[in-house]
Design a binder for this molecule. Structure first.
Ligand SMILES: [Zn+2]
Length: 186
């Protein structure tokens, strides 16, 4: 057994014996761990089904952040995010139709009623429907970005894409991290 294998085994055993609270504290200070340590910690967290994000930022973790007063218990309760998320869901579902329906209808109309037309008007109309398609795609994309780059209501830094805020651990949804992981497992 090589030294690094021995070390891996030792660290894995060490984390396996830790309490959830100790693992959480370790994850909050993950930047101080070696690569091997971080890997072992991630494995142990997923083994226990804990949705705890490792603090990856180069800024030092401030454990005071997680005690900041915050008007919401999770990101989805926050009015501003909820509004963006609702719009985002709507647009994700319908934006293809909204984007291409006018174009399809206009193409159909032009071919049906002005097949021999030499006028430029039908071309302009088709052009307008294409511009519309681009505006819709851009709007849907910008909503996506606003949802993905939202700032955390508790600590003010980027929330990130995980189940919890990258910096302070505020959960994204009201389902506890444990329930969330069970829901995706089943
Ligand atoms: Zn935060």
């Amino acid at each position: 057994m090589t030294d690094s294998e021995k070390e891996r085994l030792r660290v894995t055993q060490l984390y396996a014996d830790m309490s959830e609270e100790e693992l959480r504290r370790l994850a909050d200070n993950a930047t101080t761990l070696t690569g091997l340590g971080r890997e072992a910690l991630k494995l142990e967290l997923s083994r226990r089904g804990l949705r705890i994000a490792l603090h990856e930022s180069s800024e030092p973790y401030d454990s005071e952040l997680s005690n900041l007063p915050c008007p919401v218990a999770c990101l989805e309760e926050w009015g501003r995010y909820a509004r963006i998320a609702t719009k985002d869901r709507f647009w994700k579902r319908y934006y293809r139709v909204l984007r291409l329906a006018p174009f399809a209808v206009i193409i159909f109309g032009v071919l049906r009623f002005f097949p021999e037309s030499t006028s430029k008007v039908p071309i302009y109309i088709v052009g307008v429907s294409l511009v519309w398609a681009m505006v819709v795609a851009f709007y849907a994309f910008s909503l996506r970005l606003r949802a993905d780059f939202i700032r955390c209501p508790r600590c003010g830094s980027r929330f990130g894409l995980g189940a919890c805020c990258n910096s302070c651990g505020l959960p994204r949804s009201s389902a506890t991290p444990r329930e969330a992981s069970l829901a995706t497992d089943s």
